[in-house]
Design a protein around this ligand. Structure first.
Ligand SMILES: Cc1cc2nc3c(=O)[nH]c(=O)nc-3n(C[C@H](O)[C@H](O)[C@H](O)COP(=O)(O)OP(=O)(O)OC[C@H]3O[C@@H](n4cnc5c(N)ncnc54)[C@H](O)[C@@H]3O)c2cc1C
Length: 305
């Protein structure tokens, strides 16, 4: 029976693994891959202490850091997918796709989330070629351009506000008749003359050559089709947390994010902690995932020892 099982290979879980190993807690880290979501980023510019690092290098550095301290205390199981966590008399059994069971007294969940993807012709082809899912990561690269934000919730409006500081103009596309964002946020932005918002519109095609050049879209009320030139597209249509594996175990919010106590990162089940993008915290970033992971392992240490 080990002290803990750590699920994930992104900043949250690897921070937990490094701290756990240095505290000589015994455990198993199970992940599908190292690095997590920003693996695909060409240039991560806000990992504190590192002005530039590619997502791939960042992922490699997580692995190197965990292996440096894992010694004989943390077993590393990768690539492997966790399919369920079961409660046992002494703690938990973490079950993987091949049927293996990893027993531990406590579990840390750092499974992150996946961005909801834009479904339109060309959307996949132009991802990272002018179409991006992370404004705070890639936004500054689009300085001085006319850009589009897809999604009229708070995230879409916040992204637009951020981009207006350095782009030439922002046009926001909302699929529904009304914005989901708070009225006050909508009002504030619509006063900015560089900002335009369209409702009831659907992007049907992303067009470009080496890089995005325009979008085709239709007015959902009239069916009229249009084309708009653009220097970049930011998608903010929601996140899908990878929490299916614990859906029947810990309490989730309406968006399927794991509800945690932000003071300790404890979930609704004693013995299970979570941090990062799979949790219901307000902001999701690498530094936050790592920091909240550290908060979790400090609290787990108190519980386990
Ligand atoms: C394209 C893009 C670029 C980004 N760029 C930046 C940036 O520049 N700066 C920044 O601060 N943030 C950036 N972010 C956000 C940042 O990546 C996330 O906030 C961060 O990765 C969250 O970390 P996490 O550890 O919670 O989860 P994730 O990074 O999502 O990691 C989850 C891990 O869990 C593993 N996993 C998931 N399910 C299972 C399972 N069932 N079994 C086993 N393993 C599993 C995955 O393989 C992965 O290793 C970006 C996001 C995207 C999508």
């Amino acid at each position: 029976m080990k002290d803990l099982t750590i699920i994930g290979g992104g900043p949250a879980a690897t921070a937990v693994a490094v701290y756990a190993a240095r505290k000589r807690l015994t455990g198993t880290l199970i992940t599908q891959e190292w690095g997590g979501q920003s693996n695909v980023s060409e240039d991560v510019q806000n990992w504190i202490g590192t002005p530039h690092i590619s997502g791939a290098e960042l992922g490699k550095s997580f692995e190197v850091h965990v292996r440096e301290y894992a010694d004989d205390v943390i077993d590393i199981v990768v690539p492997k997918t966790v399919t369920a966590i079961e409660k046992t008399t002494e703690g938990f059994a973490t079950v993987t796709a091949d049927g293996a069971r990893y027993e531990s007294r406590a579990v840390f969940i750092g499974v992150g989330s996946s961005r909801r993807k834009l479904v339109a012709k060309g959307a996949d082809e132009f991802e990272h070629k002018g179409l991006t899912y992370c404004a705070s990561c890639d936004g500054p690269l689009f300085s001085g351009r006319d850009v589009i934000v897809v999604g009229g919730g708070n995230a879409g409006f916040e992204t637009a506000a951020q981009l207006l500081a350095y782009t030439n103009s922002v046009t926001l596309f909302e699929f529904n008749e009304k914005f989901l964002a708070d009225e006050i946020t909508v009002e504030k932005l619509t006063k900015n003359e560089k900002f335009t918002a369209l409702t009831n519109v659907e992007i049907t095609e992303v067009v470009g050559d080496a890089f995005v050049t325009s979008v085709k879209y239709k007015n959902r009320a009239t069916g009229e089709e249009h084309t708009m030139d653009t220097g970049g597209i930011f998608i903010e249509i929601g996140m899908i947390p990878n929490t299916q594996i614990v859906a029947n175990l810990v309490e989730l919010d309406a968006h399927n994010m794991i509800i945690v106590d932000p003071y300790t990162q404890r979930t609704s089940v004693e013995g299970i902690w979570a941090a990062g993008d799979c949790t219901n915290v307000r902001y999701h970033q690498n530094n936050i995932a790592a920091g909240d992971g550290v908060k979790a392992i400090e609290d787990m240490y108190g519980y386990l020892r």
